[in-house]
Design a binder for this molecule. Sequence first.
Ligand code: NAG
Ligand code: NAG
Ligand code: NAG
Ligand code: NAG
Ligand code: NAG
Ligand code: NAG
Ligand code: CA
Length: 530
Amino acid sequence: MAHTSYYTSVLLGLFAIQTAAAPDCNPATFQSLTLSNIEILSYNVTQSKATVDFCKISLKYTHPGQNDVVNTWIGLPLDPTKWNSRFQIAGGGGWSAGSESTILSPVAAGYSSSSTDGGHSATQSTADWGLVSPGNTNWPALDDFASVALNEAASLGKLATEIYYGSKPTYSYWNGCSTGGRQGHMMAQRYPEQFDGIVAGSPAINWQRFQLQQYWSDFMAQVLGRPSPPATNEKALANTLQDISPPACVLQAITNAATTACDSLDGVQDSVISFPGRCKFDAKTLIGQTVNCTRPQGTVIITDKVAELANAIWQGPTSVDGDFQWYGIHPDASLTGLLSTSCRTVDNCTVIPFQIGIDWLQVFLARNASYDTTTTSREQWDHFFRQSVDEYTSIIGTDNPDLTNLRKAGTKLLAWHGTQDPLIPSNGTIDYYERASSFNGDMADYYRFFVAPGVGHCGGGPGLDPSGTVFDALRAWVENGTAPDSLPASGPAVGVADKQAKRSISLCAYPKVLTYVGPNPNEQSSFICE
Ligand SMILES: *[C@@H]1O[C@H](CO)[C@@H](O)[C@H](O)[C@H]1NC(C)=O
Ligand SMILES: *[C@@H]1O[C@H](CO)[C@@H](O)[C@H](O)[C@H]1NC(C)=O
Ligand SMILES: *[C@@H]1O[C@H](CO)[C@@H](O)[C@H](O)[C@H]1NC(C)=O
Ligand SMILES: *[C@@H]1O[C@H](CO)[C@@H](O)[C@H](O)[C@H]1NC(C)=O
Ligand SMILES: *[C@@H]1O[C@H](CO)[C@@H](O)[C@H](O)[C@H]1NC(C)=O
Ligand SMILES: *[C@@H]1O[C@H](CO)[C@@H](O)[C@H](O)[C@H]1NC(C)=O
Ligand SMILES: [Ca+2]
């Protein structure tokens, strides 16, 4: 008996070693990979080569009865010894929920990963997937993009991980910026049990309000270009349109002037306005000034209309009665991110509408892909704003302040936002934090937020950029319990000849504010959090 039992255990041992060393990367292994609410339409499993060899599973599925099609990809380091026992989803950007290539970077770093197209191909026009027919929103597809398919990508990715390696991931993470940051907030608000930690940068949250800010620059360019007194009927309005469409050089000159005027209010001349609330710059002080442009060549005089346009963009959307609708970008953030023009000559430019903003108006609010936004009156704009809030908050607003589920799951949310973000106003993320704070009370155990002065959309700019270290900080918080009171960040050094020189200064956990006390802006010890 002893002999038999010894023999059996040797066999079992060999078997165990063999399965651990070489799980089969083939379709049969993943036959049980599905969820109760989906129907797999097709799937395939291939050994793929990127930085590391990995097992790639492609799934096409539908939610029966909804006629939607979701593509989801899963990547598993082929050699189990190359797997770090962790799962990570990298977020999407713009209208892209994710893609086949989104899994590559986590997999190369040793994680198992998944990503989803969120129910539509990123190359498809929004009109193609956003409407089932003129006038009718494709609700299942929007739901897939907003939340549902993301949750399923996590479930499928983690299930495939367990099937392949024989054990669940020790830790699971979300790591995204922009749309990926909105997705991270959606995970935190709706599905926190899926993850141990979430990084959410420059988040496109407050979607129902912020999407109107995305088109506000272009809209105000049209409004200010209309002859005054305003034409009384829509047809006359459409015929007399004449855009205010400044070339990029003029917008850059306005940003530079505002930045110069307010730069030193924080004590450091670094092209960063650290306390934007203190900057009271009025673009009207620039009326009559000449801007020398090079591409295209020529001089432009700043008009009252262009100054008014810059002020309106900084202020953010307001109703026709002047009531607050949403935040604007800060004066040191580039005006050209949302207001882009194409110029034949300096005085012959046309506005190129910001795509996501005009998509929101045409496809999801007017529900008419050819709706002519240049005819929208201020009153109609306000109507669209109220419609957006009324119809879309629960599906894609991603601004639910109730974080009880997050707290109970023990999941950590680490969010950050750069103040020079030219696309998504960082004040919207502050606004969300404040609302969450009022609702939940002390959130330090599960939600921390960092404002990054002078940083652009998801990174870059003259300020202090945490994008390279924030994920490590999250892992240390989750895995070692080291909660980030400050967040390491770096940016160009100040006042030195060497343009490559860097300074490293840690950011402060909101509501504390990074404050310069001197004497050296390149040294950590010259800053405090207060
Ligand atoms: C399977 O593989 C082929 C490429 O060989 C691809 O075109 C197809 O879309 C894949 N995915 C699914 C879900 O069938
Ligand atoms: C926007 O946020 C900044 C902090 O980054 C603050 O100083 C400013 O007052 C806020 N502006 C508004 C309009 O709330
Ligand atoms: C623009 O160029 C002209 C000469 O072409 C020069 O006299 C003027 O000072 C320049 N203005 C600025 C603001 O650089
Ligand atoms: C402006 O440029 C367009 C081509 O983009 C041209 O058709 C039009 O004639 C130009 N207008 C003026 C006033 O030069
Ligand atoms: C769609 O918008 C265009 C342009 O604004 C308009 O001519 C057309 O009548 C609209 N279609 C519907 C169905 O309202
Ligand atoms: C946790 O702490 C240990 C010991 O200081 C360190 O080696 C490890 O890198 C830390 N892990 C993370 C994820 O930061
Ligand atoms: Ca400054």
